[in-house]
Design a protein around this ligand. Structure first.
Ligand SMILES: *[C@@H]1O[C@H](CO)[C@@H](O)[C@H](O)[C@H]1NC(C)=O
Length: 142
């Protein structure tokens, strides 16, 4: 074992790493999916320009909706588990843009109480597309 003095830098490293991890902590929740037609009205009309390239967009539940302030915000989303084994695509994190409110979307979510509702393209990027919902880790992109 090392002398006590030499373990101090190591302890400091652990302390600062923990602080760093905490400051970038992600939340956990559930992600459902919704199919076309995508006719977002809650985020200011059906302007097609609000859809990001690659169709990686979402509508959001009331926990994220923030009275409409959530429109246009971007999130990183990762599938962590699901009721059926091996539903998550391993190691895939996607970045999605908020374009609608799940509560009022024209096309209904596959699960009504989901934290986030992914477009079919976004859902398929992180999970087996036949799943109704998956558990996710998500974090707003600053
Ligand atoms: C997706 O899930 C369905 C239903 O559980 C299953 O039949 C299918 O094999 C799965 N597909 C993949 C690629 O794992």
């Amino acid at each position: 074992m090392s002398k006590p003095q030499s373990s101090l830098p190591c302890l400091l490293l652990i302390f600062f790493s923990a602080a760093l991890l905490h400051s970038s902590q992600a939340d956990v929740g559930t992600a459902a999916q919704y199919r076309p037609p995508y006719l977002p009205t809650a985020c200011g009309g059906s302007d097609q320009g609000q859809f990001p390239p690659g169709n990686l967009f979402v509508s959001v539940g009331e926990g994220i909706w923030d009275n409409g302030a959530a429109c246009g915000r971007q999130y990183q989303v990762r599938c962590i588990s699901a009721p059926v084994r091996e539903t998550c695509v391993p190691g895939n994190t996607i970045q999605v843009k908020i374009v609608d409110r799940a509560l009022s979307s024209v096309s209904r979510p596959s699960r009504s109480d989901a934290t986030i509702v992914l477009s079919t393209t976004a859902f398929a990027a992180i999970a087996n597309s036949s799943a109704t919902f998956v558990n996710i880790e998500f974090q707003q992109v600053p």
